[in-house]
Ligand binder design. Structure first.
Ligand SMILES: CC(C)(COP(=O)(O)OP(=O)(O)OC[C@H]1O[C@@H](n2cnc3c(N)ncnc32)[C@H](O)[C@@H]1OP(=O)(O)O)[C@@H](O)C(=O)NCCC(=O)NCCS
Length: 171
């Protein structure tokens, strides 16, 4: 019987259409009923596979969860974009296909992202999550993140609160 293992690796340009599909299913799962429908559709349409090809080719830090050849999750990361937060790095996005949530891939992807940021000189890390996305806030709290700031983002006129978690020093 073959053993299927999950590997966290750098995204490759050939992953672009799989990344677009993970993005769509994860964002619909996480944000339907939270972000207004039209706005969410627009955010998904912009992330077609050629967007992902460009992102991968640009050398941005993109990690994927490769489960027996299927891309089931991704994380993007880089320099912290919020001056008010006293950290160097930021995980911009961390998403899994709904069918692969809750089985430990998020923890592995988060740890790998933190390690990659540390290797690149960003030893402290922030993540922003929408307050209404309870799955995300519970996950980041479970991963030891400390909520240090909040903010607001407007989606097609609907204001949503967001919270910043930080990990002052990577493990
Ligand atoms: C949030 C997400 C990345 C977490 O990944 P995951 O693989 O589902 O989480 P894991 O199985 O690795 O869980 C790790 C820990 O997080 C916590 N956790 C995860 N999901 C949780 C939930 N729904 N409720 C409570 N705690 C949760 C637990 O502490 C868990 O610890 P344990 O392993 O000791 O039980 C994933 O569910 C996902 O992609 N969700 C939709 C997209 C999203 O919201 N992304 C974040 C945007 S900011």
């Amino acid at each position: 019987m073959p053993t299927i293992t999950a590997e966290i690796r750098f995204a490759d340009p050939k992953d672009a259409s799989a990344l677009a599909s993970v993005h769509e299913s994860a964002w619909r799962g996480a944000y339907s009923g939270i972000i207004p429908h039209r706005c969410l559709n627009g955010m998904i349409e912009r992330r077609h596979s050629s967007w992902w090809t460009r992102a991968v080719n640009s050398g941005a830090g993109i990690l994927v969860v490769d489960y027996g050849g299927e891309i089931v999750g991704y994380a993007t990361m880089g320099r912290n974009r919020t001056n008010a937060l006293a950290v160097r790095g930021e995980i911009y996005e961390l998403y899994l296909k709904p069918a692969y949530q809750g089985v430990g891939f998020g923890r592995r992807l988060f740890n790998a992202s933190q390690r990659l940021l540390k290797e690149r000189g960003f030893s402290s890390v922030a993540v922003w999550a929408l307050v209404d996305n309870a799955m995300a806030t519970q996950f980041y709290e479970g991963m030891g993140g400390v909520a240090v700031a909040d903010g607001e983002e407007c989606f097609d006129g609907k204001k949503l609160r967001k919270v910043a978690y930080v990990w002052p020093k990577a493990e």
